[in-house]
Design a protein around this ligand. Structure first.
Ligand SMILES: C[S@@+](CC[C@H](N)C(=O)[O-])C[C@H]1O[C@@H](n2cnc3c(N)ncnc32)[C@H](O)[C@@H]1O
Length: 240
């Protein structure tokens, strides 16, 4: 796979199997296959594109989106407050488009990440996203996570589904003492309902606001993503 960057900063993730038609002209596939990361390729109209090797973030940005995905700012907060890393055992539900799973599986590698999705159509979107990104350490289980979590000794369970309080008992079985349950909910009512039922956990709810700056005018952008979701972090302290 190749990542092409045009003069306006637009990026294109392409496999290099056939010529790529952009608004700045056609990129020849054979010529592209001869390029190394960091080199420039010219379209048939002479416009330059940087050639880069795509990283996990590029695959996440270009992934096919089904249901609403978790945002990068919230993914950052999740990892900062749980400190998961290579070898951590993580279970995720629901998979949706698989963005959370793609991001976290990169951190826990070579450990496998398990993700549960109830809907076959969304599972299919996620599987395609994992395949395109060449990810081998995600196990997608199709099923209802409210019915139970098979995994034990887990460091982190991430939830992005409508009724996270229905996973509390399963999470208690699955998490190791000191492990984290993190739930992402668009509505504070969902977060409150979860929070009030979290017995045996030390919990807090956070929201992350992120504002970009225009560095030409040196002013903050007047538009920003005002709200994505609330994150409840619950650390298991008492198993029973
Ligand atoms: C908002 S999406 C998750 C997006 C995902 N976190 C991402 O970053 O791409 C919620 C997903 O949860 C799934 N879901 C809802 N209830 C579920 C359940 N009980 N068990 C498993 N998956 C469930 C839905 O089908 C949907 O795909």
């Amino acid at each position: 796979m190749y990542l092409l960057l045009d003069e306006k900063g637009n990026s294109y993730l392409i496999n290099g199997e056939k010529d790529f038609h952009s608004k700045y002209g056609v990129i020849n596939a054979e010529e592209l296959r001869g390029k190394n990361p960091g080199e420039v390729i010219e379209s048939h109209t002479g416009r330059g594109f940087f050639v880069l090797e795509p990283g996990r973030l590029d695959y996440i940005r270009k992934a096919r989106k089904g249901p609403q995905s978790v945002t990068l700012k919230d993914l950052g907060l999740i990892t900062a407050h749980t400190c998961i890393s290579s070898g951590s055992r993580v279970v995720d539900a629901g998979t949706g488009s698989g963005i959370m799973a793609m991001y976290l599986s990169n951190l826990v590698y070579p450990e496998k990440l398990v993700t549960y999705e109830i809907r076959e159509d969304f599972a299919e979107i996620a599987r395609k996203n994992f395949k395109k990104a060449g990810i081998g350490n995600i196990e997608l289980k199709q099923g209802d996570v409210y019915d139970g979590i098979d995994e034990r000794g887990v460091d982190l369970i991430t939830l992005d589904l409508p009724e996270p309080w229905r996973v509390i008992e399963q999470a208690k079985e699955s998490l190791k003492p000191g492990g984290y349950l993190v739930s992402y909910s668009p509505s504070i009512n969902q977060s409150k309902r979860l929070f009030d039922r979290l017995k045996g956990f030390r919990s807090e709810t956070l929201e992350c606001l992120s504002r970009g700056w225009d560095m030409e005018t040196v002013r903050p952008h007047s538009r920003m993503l005002g709200h994505s979701g609330f994150l409840t972090f619950a650390r298991l302290v008492e198993k029973n």
